[in-house]
Ligand binder design. Structure first.
Ligand code: AMP
Length: 190
């Protein structure tokens, strides 16, 4: 079973690449951002709770996010493995994920971080905001706030997975195909 965390700051290409890897390795792709957006669209209690945090570019509280993620995993009990995209984003989420997956004898195999310079990412997100209806992509101040959330709460997970010998870094600048190939090289060697 290959359980992979696809990691990196907003706009780095996690969602796009996760879709390719899902098809190549028959994995289930779970994007916590997508699950929240689905709930917002359908006006569920979870969506209503998450919306104010998301619209401001803040992280949704850990307990809510962890419960949601675990429910998504349990919906797919026959899976070959999972690509986690946008989760974990805090140390509490990472320790909860480890406990949850270890109890299933299906630990995280690798955390693969996509690396792209921040100024390129801001530009990408401002451009994405021109065509997407995501409120958190609509202004540069919110985009910069999301980077700040990443730096202060999420980036520490690089150390967390390095200590477990699970950290891999992949250059996220290049064509989509080039980046997929770099990711495949890491996945095939696991
Ligand atoms: P994303 O689609 O991954 O960029 O996530 C969009 C927004 O959803 C984030 O800015 C957060 O508000 C929320 N979100 C997604 N995943 C998480 C998570 N693991 N923990 C807390 N908030 C999250």
């Amino acid at each position: 079973m290959k359980n992979i965390v696809l990691f990196g700051p907003p706009g780095v290409g996690k969602g796009t690449q996760a879709n390719f890897l899902r098809d190549l390795y028959q994995l289930i792709h779970i994007s916590t951002g997508d699950v929240f957006r689905y709930n917002i669209k359908n006006n569920t209690a979870l969506g209503i709770l998450a919306k104010s945090y998301m619209d401001n570019g803040d992280l949704v509280p850990d307990e809510v996010t962890i419960n949601m993620l675990e429910a998504e995993v349990d919906k797919n009990s026959n899976a070959n493995g999972f690509i986690f995209d946008g989760f974990p984003r805090t140390t509490s989420q990472a320790t909860a994920l480890d406990a949850f997956l270890n109890a299933k004898n299906a630990p995280i195999k690798a955390m693969i971080a996509l690396e792209v310079p921040q100024e390129i990412l801001v530009e990408r997100l401002v451009n994405r905001g021109l065509t997407s209806d995501r409120p958190d992509d609509q202004n540069e101040e919110k985009i910069r706030h999301r980077f700040n959330e990443y730096k202060t709460k999420t980036a520490v997970l690089i150390d967390y997975y390095t200590k477990q010998n699970k950290f891999h870094s992949v250059n996220g600048v290049g064509s989509l195909e080039e980046i997929t190939k770099r990711l495949q090289k890491v996945l095939d060697a696991l």
